[in-house]
Design a binder for this molecule. Structure first.
Ligand SMILES: Nc1ncnc2c1ncn2[C@@H]1O[C@H](COP(=O)(O)OP(=O)(O)OP(=O)(O)O)[C@@H](O)[C@H]1O
Length: 233
């Protein structure tokens, strides 16, 4: 589904690469959480999968297709959730969802759009309120609904729970788990060790552009993961 093969990015010639020969594989139903200090290379990895950056060498593959060679086709399989989902504040949640789904080539009836928002966990009473009045957690839910509307089977997330309160963050994690259960492959960059342990099937720890650990989340307690993280970074 989502694969990196010796994926490398050197932004400045002569400087060490910001991502150095990354190899990873995320299968349908897996949630791979990338941990690492600021500057470790997490966002660079996501941007390479998004096709926002060209690799210096190696490949980012989505459903077996090289992102650098097929940037348009690979985007069709993808949904991306950044830390702050960009929506139109003057449009309602429903209107935003309709707009972004149509942009991706999908037309849904108002009933379908409502049901997508509800599946993403947005309360019915908020569907027709302007997004400018939404909390951050509610905007993230519209972002998830957009991913559902696009029927994306790969989801890339860059620190999606930063700034969410514990309840919103917990709801968000439940949503990711349920998406994975329906076969989505999920790659999430995060600083939240506890959530990564809760929601992830695998945890990768990055340091200075290298994936230095790749662990099965089930085998670890949160305390053990924190200890490994602190020893590693
Ligand atoms: N456009 C760029 N030009 C030059 N260097 C860059 C560029 N973007 C990122 N870098 C460098 O690449 C390295 C990795 O950055 P990246 O944003 O991928 O890290 P990160 O793990 O996502 O960090 P954070 O947790 O702060 O988001 C850093 O040293 C950063 O300064």
């Amino acid at each position: 589904m989502l694969q990196a093969i010796n994926l490398t990015k050197q932004y400045v010639p002569g400087q060490p690469p910001s991502l150095d020969r990354l190899n990873l594989n995320v299968q349908p139903g897996e949630i791979f959480c990338l941990l690492g200090q600021n500057g470790a290379g997490k966002t660079t990895t996501i941007n390479l999968f998004m096709g926002f950056l060209k690799p210096t060498s190696g490949q980012a593959l989505i459903n077996g297709m090289d992102v650098a060679k097929h940037p348009q086709e690979t985007k069709k399989f993808l949904a991306y959730l950044p830390e702050t989902v960009m929506l139109y504040p003057n449009l309602t949640g429903l209107e935003n969802l309709d707009f972004f789904a149509q942009l991706a080539g999908f037309r849904h009836t108002p009933g379908e759009l409502r049901s997508l928002l509800s599946r993403a966990g947005l309360q019915t009473t908020a569907h027709t309120n302007r997004v400018g009045t939404y909390s951050k957690g509610m905007r993230q839910k519209v972002g998830i609904a957009i991913a559902l509307a696009k029927q994306a089977n790969v989801l890339l997330l860059d620190e999606p729970t930063s700034g969410l309160d514990p309840k919103a963050s917990n709801e968000f994690s439940d949503m990711l788990t349920s998406l994975a259960q329906f076969g989505t492959a999920i790659l999430m960059a995060t600083h939240d060790i506890f959530r990564a342990r809760e929601v992830g099937t695998r945890i990768g720890i990055m340091r200075a552009g290298h994936l230095v650990e790749s662990l099965a989340a089930n085998d670890l307690t949160a305390n053990e993961l924190e200890a490994i993280y602190l020893q590693t970074v």
